[in-house]
Design a protein around this ligand. Structure first.
Ligand code: GLP
Length: 261
């Protein structure tokens, strides 16, 4: 794992966008794993701007989102399909048929989840998975005690996650209590992982995920096991990290980051 600390949210987003853009330019058929949430909004806005101003081309790119709420139709205001359409897909030149999210409404979630895994495999696996970390330590909706070998499945949400996300619903009590999410095992199979974590509210959980013990009580700690995972963060979210000075030194001195400095 590599931790990169940028001065603020804007610069953290800028770095994440440039890392993604570089991968996409090198491999136009990139299979991109996508996340939702507040953290991703400025990043998607920046990618949309890069499409417009720098002709960043998504026409051959395939995407798989991490998760979707059980029971929400694609058209529901709070569905992640709707979020993705609004924040990214409608603003770039992606073929909507190349975008995949789990289905919130289904007669058979288990077989849908298996199909989702098959589709990822048929595309050759995820090249670059984008993540953030929820306050419960979740990646996707892998709540505490999610098995590190888990695959796409339905997961019950913790009270902490419900408290974090329900204010986004017109009537908070309508927030679904379950979600379909890629498993920790699915996520760990991505060839590269870029995790973006910003803001003081994430300082405590980020320190646990990055420097704490690897434990299924903090799903994001599983990222310590991945061979090619970078965590891009800002000073506020990095406040509790013991190794802050070392991480800063790496970004300022390691040749692989030169073009991004
Ligand atoms: C959400 C999503 C995650 C996301 C996380 C952080 O509920 N299921 O994929 O990364 O929680 O959200 P935010 O960026 O709003 O803090």
């Amino acid at each position: 794992m590599e931790v990169i600390i940028r001065p603020d949210n804007g610069e953290a987003v800028e770095l994440a966008a440039r890392v993604i853009a570089k991968e996409l330019r090198e491999k136009p058929t990139l299979v991109l794993g996508l996340a939702t949430g507040n953290t991703m909004e400025p990043l998607y806005a920046r990618l949309a701007q890069m499409h417009k101003k720098e002709k960043l081309d998504f026409s051959l790119c395939r995407t798989f989102n991490l998760d979707e709420y059980v029971g929400l139709a694609e058209t529901h205001k709070n569905s992640y399909r709707r979020y993705m359409n609004e924040h990214l897909f409608s603003k770039i030149n992606i073929d909507i048929r190349n975008t995949h999210l789990p289905h919130g409404i289904s007669d058979d979630h288990d077989s849908d989840c298996e199909k989702y895994e098959d589709e990822i495999e048929e595309c050759g696996g995820i090249d670059l998975q984008l993540l953030s970390i929820g306050k419960s330590g979740h990646i996707g909706f892998n709540e505490p005690l999610s098995a590190f070998f888990s695959r796409t499945r339905v997961k019950a949400l913790t009270p902490m996650t419900i408290a974090q996300n329900s204010p986004l619903f017109d009537r908070p009590e309508e927030m679904p209590k379950r979600a379909i999410t890629m498993g920790v095992g699915t996520i760990l199979e991505a060839k590269r992982i870029v995790t973006l974590v910003v803001g003081g509210a994430k300082a405590e959980i980020l320190a646990k995920a990055v420097e704490g013990p690897v434990t299924s009580m903090v799903s994001a700690s599983a990222l310590q096991l991945h061979q090619k995972c970078i965590v891009i963060t800002d000073e506020k979210a990095a406040a509790n990290l013991q190794g802050r000075d070392y991480y800063r030194w790496i970004f300022e001195n390691e040749p692989e980051w030169e073009e991004f400095r």
